[in-house]
Ligand binder design. Structure first.
Ligand SMILES: NC(=O)c1ccc[n+]([C@@H]2O[C@H](COP(=O)([O-])OP(=O)(O)OC[C@H]3O[C@@H](n4cnc5c(N)ncnc54)[C@H](O)[C@@H]3O)[C@@H](O)[C@H]2O)c1
Length: 252
């Protein structure tokens, strides 16, 4: 039996690497895309059926070459996971155009470019796309003028893809993680930030990379064959609580 092939962007660490490893455990081949060559090489070392490809998803020529390598040389593509993202937070007045573009070129342009380049291969396989947005695309909060706007656009882009590509059998869905306990997040989140997130989230905790990966891999699998155009928050209930006042807990 030929293995199904997934392409995961931002696969050198964090959610992308956890997703890669879950696909591999479930018997898929994975093209691991990242622009950080040394980190990608280290992450892919020893992973059977993983194909690391250095590529910046914001650069059209690099995107075309990477998709060509996966779809042409390696025999097709069944799932595209647009996970590469730049988390750069700052006040509106300090977000100059260069910073805005730095966020948009990966978080939004990258999703558009990868998906467009992969469409012929996904048509051939009647495959699927999963875009990774964020709770920050569903709710506004401070310091996220570029990041939150890019992620809200990814949510709409997913719906556009579902609407237009459905007739070719291509499904497109979006996963919106809440705060995830990645090494990086834990390094920059102060104890106050961690406590505040715990307070605001009904499940009272951060998510793990593996919990997000499970949702992504499910949406790419035949188990989700009639699911498209959906925006799935994997966030411990964060988004559902419009006025989740911690002070009111336990008084219902
Ligand atoms: N970690 C969280 O709490 C959280 C919450 C909500 C959403 N997300 C989203 O989930 C995704 C993954 O997050 P993470 O925390 O695992 O990120 P991370 O920073 O740990 O890893 C991101 C990876 O993407 C790569 N990358 C960045 N720009 C790229 C580009 N232009 N081309 C190719 N590779 C590029 C980086 O080199 C890195 O390896 C992102 O889209 C992020 O916005 C994360």
């Amino acid at each position: 039996m030929t293995l199904r092939t997934a392409l995961v962007t931002g696969a050198a660490r964090g959610i992308g690497l956890a997703t890669t490893k879950l696909f591999l455990r479930e018997g898929w081949k994975v093209a691991m895309i990242d622009r950080d060559a040394p980190a990608l090489e280290e992450a892919a070392a020893g992973l059977e059926n993983a194909l690391p490809i250095v590529c910046d998803v914001s650069k059209p020529d690099e995107v075309d070459a990477a998709i060509g390598e996966v779809a042409g040389t390696h025999g097709g593509l069944d799932a595209l996971v647009n996970n590469a993202g730049v988390a750069d937070f700052g006040p509106i007045e300090e977000t100059d155009f260069a910073r805005w573009r730095r966020v948009m070129e990966t978080n939004l342009d990258g999703v558009f470019l990868m998906s467009q380049a992969a469409t012929p291969a996904l048509k051939a396989s009647r495959g699927s796309i999963v875009n990774i947005a964020s709770i920050s695309g569903l709710r506004a909060s401070t310091l996220r003028v570029a990041y939150g706007t890019s992620k809200a656009a990814v949510i709409q882009l997913t719906r556009q893809q579902a609407a237009e590509l459905g007739e070719y059998g291509i499904r497109a869905n979006c996963v919106c993680p809440g705060p995830v306990r990645t090494k990086l997040a834990m390094a920059v989140h102060t104890p106050e930030i961690i406590a505040a997130y715990h307070d605001a989230i009904p499940l009272n905790r951060y998510g793990s990379e593996d919990e997000i990966a499970e949702v992504i891999v499910f949406l790419c699998s035949p188990k989700a064959s009639y699911v498209t155009g959906q925006i799935v928050a994997s966030d411990g209930g964060f988004e559902s609580t419009g006025v989740g006042l911690p002070a009111l807990r336990g008084q219902a």
